[in-house]
Design a protein around this ligand. Structure first.
Ligand code: ASP
Length: 350
């Protein structure tokens, strides 16, 4: 592994934060009695029989490590933003997940990474798409949010900005893993048999669940009652032509406002078209549905009904949590001051 640290060159000035007219805005409680974070490591088709006990143990250990890193920040009075970044960074550094090290391969056998971060109290956001050499894209999303005048940067421009910010850069093969490469080969073989566009699309849809599992994300509520959400991914195996999924799109894969924060995982094209994370928070705010009801509605009555697959993790400003998904499993967990710690993969994991 080769990590190039580049010294800070030019830091762009940050935009001043702006207040957003949120209908049900409440003053922030200091020392919120409930605080904590929720994480996911992707949703997809996995069955309890297909996952070896060792793999399961490794996944749970890494989820646990991510929770510990994020929760420690919240417990010591740190921000939800920093907790989200810390948790996502742990998952990006693990080869088990489709984000950072272990990201899936594009059709051209490289890795192109997407990530985003949103903070609810000030409605700020940073996002990055299609970067090939940024070791931790979530850190770049945070720098874009805090130190640039833009929300989303892509490709080479984003990498130049990362270099200016002194973010760790790596060669693209740092992200390589044998299992993801084998998955790419299997996908390509299958796709090569498609003679028409519709066959190609059908084959791609049939494959997607098995090969895209592992996008990571976190949502957090801090002691000041502020919410944040972040998501990071390598996207979908064999993606082509600079494809960008939902993960770096605020409102599709990641969303946070004063009342509600959501991070998504699943077939990105559907999450973009149905604006899944925004839809959940808007139902919560405007229709005043409980978080669980709003999240369930969007996953089962909107996403699922229209052929999309995946799930979300979400949290509101008093610490309610909802984690619905319409796949057979979703790597997920939470730790909060009042609810303690929970880690699960399947529906049967209570
Ligand atoms: N949503 C991601 C994408 O479409 C993939 C995933 O979450 O598994 O890029």
């Amino acid at each position: 592994m080769k990590i190039k640290k580049v010294p800070l060159a030019i830091a762009l000035t940050a935009y001043g934060s702006f207040a957003c007219g949120n209908l049900a805005a409440t003053p922030f409680p200091m020392n919120n009695p409930e605080f904590g974070l929720v994480i996911h490591g992707g949703a997809g088709t996995i069955s309890p029989e297909k996952i070896t006990p060792i793999k399961r143990q490794m996944i749970e250990k890494t989820l646990s490590h991510a929770l510990t890193s994020g929760y420690a920040i919240l417990e010591s009075g740190g921000t939800s933003e920093d907790a989200v970044v810390a948790a996502v960074r742990v998952l990006e550094d693990s080869p088990l997940f489709n984000a950072g090290k272990g990201a899936v391969y594009t059709f051209d056998e490289v890795h192109e990474l997407d990530a985003s971060l949103a903070t609810g109290h000030d409605r700020q956001a940073g996002a990055v798409s299609g970067v090939k050499t940024v070791k931790n894209p979530i850190e770049l999303a945070q720098q874009i949010k805090n130190n640039s005048v833009h929300v989303m940067l892509s490709g080479e421009g984003a990498q130049d900005f990362a270099q200016q910010q002194g973010i760790a850069l790596v060669d693209n093969d740092y992200f390589d893993t044998k299992s993801r490469f084998e998955a790419l080969k299997r996908v390509k073989e299958k796709l090569a048999k498609s003679k028409t566009i519709s066959q190609y699309q059908a084959n791609h849809r049939a494959l997607e669940d098995a090969f895209k599992m592992g996008t990571v994300g976190a949502v957090a509520l801090d002691k000041n009652g502020n919410l944040a959400a972040g998501t990071s991914t390598g996207g979908m195996t064999a993606k082509r032509f600079g494809r960008i999924g939902d993960s770096p799109i605020i409102g599709a894969g990641t969303y946070a406002d004063k009342q509600c924060a959501v991070s998504a995982t699943g077939h990105g094209e559907y999450f973009i078209r149905y604006q899944v994370t925004t839809d959940i928070c808007k139902r919560f705010t405007y229709l005043q549905e409980p978080l669980e009801q709003a999240a369930q509605h969007v996953i089962f009555n909107v996403l699922d009904k229209n052929g999309g697959s995946g799930g979300v993790i979400s949290m509101d400003s008093v610490g309610n949590i909802a984690m619905p998904y319409n796949t057979s499993g979703m790597y997920r967990g939470y730790q909060t001051a009042n609810k303690g710690r929970f880690i699960a993969i399947f529906k049967s994991d209570k």
